[in-house]
Design a protein around this ligand. Structure first.
Ligand code: TYM
Length: 332
């Protein structure tokens, strides 16, 4: 608890252009917590370097991700918005937790297996211990709730296991965090292969709708989206493409699947895809506008980063000192 409020923490990697998966599964939901919880939202640049990055692009995307947080409704006065590498406590606790995380546990992480297959020439130790750093991010703030998409569930379970293990050895030290997944949108699929998640690192840019895509691009991508040989807009087993489009449409319009089925009863996939594209483009238009305005004001973004890092450091250091004392480090 901080100031009698429960704590929310989440992070996004500045490792590519953010997608509507990142938006609907995570960022859009962040602002729901701003009033009732103490919220920390981090741009996790330390995680991003587990895959080789072009330095200038990483720097630009770090600003962009912060600007997108704000453009998606996060008020820096109500939320602590900051960049991970500006708060060294993440690296320090990450190291300590490495010593309380088993090789076998890390070997079982599906994201590690996927990423090491994809980047076979760069299976570095950071990629392997990525989930321990993620646990450190969360546990540093005594986090109660972590809003994430379904793909992060396994990492979160590991964070819970690490916290429980540490508490078991040293007595209550960390709050054991709970995941929060949106009822709809926690798993947005690729438009080209609807059994796979939509991913910012997908090489097929037609499979991915980016938050900052133009309306024309959005309409074109949805028009090309893979569906099935049926013609009815209904949510059903085996209709992964249509189910995904219905989920996206529902997220942007607030309509239930029943309402959507009725709306498109007797109409074809063409009409439906156009409606999904329109709803998505219209929903994102204000985000795009606000993003452009913020990116033109670097000084403001830097001020947000600075204030956020100072505030986050304050709370992070409290947990870190407690941990250091418990494990037997000396202090000066
Ligand atoms: P990242 O940067 O890959 O994604 C950011 C958030 O977006 C969600 N997401 C999706 N949700 C629904 N459908 C999709 N297709 C989709 N793609 C991505 C992710 O679940 C995530 O919530 N390891 C994390 C970053 C991180 C973190 C943390 C998150 C580092 N430390 C501590 C929470 C707490 C990651 O790579 O997210």
């Amino acid at each position: 608890m901080i100031d009698d409020k429960k704590v929310v923490f989440s992070g996004v990697q500045p490792s590519g252009n953010l997608t509507i998966g990142n938006y609907l599964g995570a960022i859009r939901n962040f602002s729901e917590f701003s009033d009732l919880y103490k919220c920390f939202y981090c741009v996790v640049d330390m995680h991003a370097i587990t895959v080789r990055q072009v330095p200038a692009e990483l720097r630009r995307r770090t600003y962009e991700t912060l600007a997108l947080y704000i453009a998606c409704g996060l008020d820096p006065k109500k939320n602590t918005l900051y960049v991970q590498s500006h708060v060294p406590a993440h690296a320090e606790l990450g190291w300590i937790l490495n010593c309380y995380t088993m090789f076998g546990e890390l070997s079982r992480m599906t994201q590690f297996k996927d990423k090491s297959a994809k980047h076979a020439d760069n299976v570095n130790a950071g990629l392997f211990t990525y989930p321990t750093l993620m646990a450190a991010d969360i546990l540093l703030y005594q986090t109660d709730l972590v809003p994430v998409g379904v793909d992060q569930k396994q990492h979160l379970e590991l964070a819970r296991d690490i916290a429980t293990r540490f508490n078991g050895v040293y007595g209550d030290t960390f709050v054991v965090p709970e995941p929060y997944m949106a009822k709809s949108g926690a798993k947005i699929a690729s438009l080209a292969e609807p059994t796979k998640k939509m991913s910012k690192s997908d090489e097929n840019t037609n499979a991915v709708v980016y938050i900052l895509d133009s309306k024309d691009d959005i309409l074109r991508k949805f028009k090309r989206a893979v569906t099935d040989s049926d013609t009815r807009v209904v949510f059903a087993e085996g209709k992964d493409g249509i189910n995904n489009l219905m989920t996206i449409y529902s997220c942007f319009t607030g309509k239930t699947f029943d309402e959507i089925e009725r709306e498109f009863d007797g109409k074809g996939y063409g009409d439906f895809k156009l409606a999904v594209g329109e709803a998505c483009a219209d929903g994102l238009a204000p985000v795009r506008e606000e993003f452009a305005r913020l990116m033109a004001d670097k000084a403001y973004l830097e001020e947000v980063m600075k204030n956020g890092a100072a505030e986050a450091s304050y709370y992070a250091r409290k947990t870190l000192s407690k941990v250091k004392r418990k494990i037997g480090y000396t202090s000066l």
